[in-house]
Design a protein around this ligand. Structure first.
Ligand code: AKB
Length: 343
């Protein structure tokens, strides 16, 4: 008999860090991970097995299929938006090709154990695209199904994967004589920028907010690459992981869509800077504009309409902007750098 496990790809990344801890606390799942990098030593005891390798390696996925029975997949591995723009072909191979491999893997798993496989996929506000700042401001808080013309490779990848997930869930091999049973139950969140007190992202465009906060806590000067009035939605990492778990374990009959928007606050860069200065009054935070990265931020919505997530599975973030700083970010970041244990 194969062992029943949960698979997390991209587990060594920012979301993976928090998700592994939360799944371990729930105590009801054995976890296996797949990432190019080994997990942080502090996380290793929480997982049954680490595969160090790539999601584009089908032989590796076949060997996982042979050994484990997987009922739930958190497919987090991806190249983020700034990095993808420098290597669009590799971004497509990893972000879309890798997701296709995992969807096929999920379908094969479902066929072999006879149940559907819940497939959580983190999409992004990058799936939206505005041609001008005026259009972004005029749109305000956008619903899931409008302005879906991303301007970045990463956004195109995210939108493609949302569609692939919907295809595997609803229309898989629809022309076969005997239509095979779709075994994938795809569920996705379009994340805003995420801010963690314990990790710093790399390769994203929303990184200016976490970078600003972490630099101030470390006593380092920071030059923000977008201008004062740049505005996109954000949320804290604990609220993001709560949302992942709520959506993943929500009863299927409550869900009316595959992909949901969510956000907790949408401050301008200057509003974030002011909150950082309130906590670290001596911090040196300036602005040195990178017009190309700013154009990406301007192509993303300033806010999203997340009523469907609230209605269908009870999305309700704990931290608004002030609480995020006062109750989560500042105390934890101070403690983390004070004891030198940032990971
Ligand atoms: C990025 O900036 O690439 C990500 C995202 C908003 O998806 N943080």
């Amino acid at each position: 008999m194969r062992k029943s496990v949960v698979l997390i790809t991209g587990a060594a990344g920012e979301i993976g860090h928090s998700l592994i801890r939360r799944l371990h606390e729930r105590g009801d799942a054995k976890i296996i991970t797949l990432d190019l990098k080994s997990l942080d030593e502090s996380l290793a005891p929480y997982v049954e097995r680490q595969y160090v390798g790539s999601i584009v390696d089908n032989d590796l996925l076949d060997s996982i299929l042979a050994e484990y029975s997987v009922h739930l997949i958190f497919h987090l591995a991806a190249l983020l938006s700034t990095r993808s723009e420098f290597t669009p072909r590799i971004a497509h191979q990893v972000n879309v090709g890798g997701t296709m491999n995992l969807l096929e893997f999920a379908q094969a798993q479902g066929r072999s154990h006879g149940e559907s496989v819940t497939f959580f996929y983190p999409s992004s506000i990058a799936a939206y695209g505005f041609e001008s700042l005026e259009a972004k401001i005029a749109a305000g808080a956008v619903g899931e199904d409008v302005h879906n013309s991303p301007t970045t490779m990463y956004g195109c990848n995210k939108l493609s994967c949302e569609h692939l997930g919907r295809y595997y869930t609803r229309h898989y091999k629809q022309l076969d004589v005997e239509t095979p049973r779709a075994r994938v139950d795809f569920r996705s969140l379009r994340f805003p920028g995420l801010i963690s007190a314990f990790t710093v992202p790399s390769g994203g465009t929303s990184d200016f907010a976490p970078e600003m906060i972490h630099a101030a806590a470390k006593g380092e000067a920071y030059q923000c690459f977008v201008l004062q009035d740049a505005r996109i939605p954000f949320m804290t990492m604990p609220d993001a992981v709560d949302a992942i778990l709520k959506l993943t374990f929500a009863p299927a009959e409550n869900l009316h869509r595959e992909v949901y928007n969510l956000e907790a606050f949408h401050p301008s860069a200057e509003e974030i800077r002011q909150l950082v200065l309130k906590a670290f009054p001596g911090a040196e935070i300036g602005y040195t504009l990178d017009p190309k990265r700013m154009a990406i931020i301007d192509s993303w919505p300033e806010a999203v309409d997340d009523r469907a997530a609230r209605a269908d599975w009870g999305f309700s973030p704990r931290f608004g902007l002030e609480e995020a700083f006062d109750e989560y970010l500042i105390p934890n970041i101070r403690a983390t750098y004070a004891d030198g244990s940032v990971d």
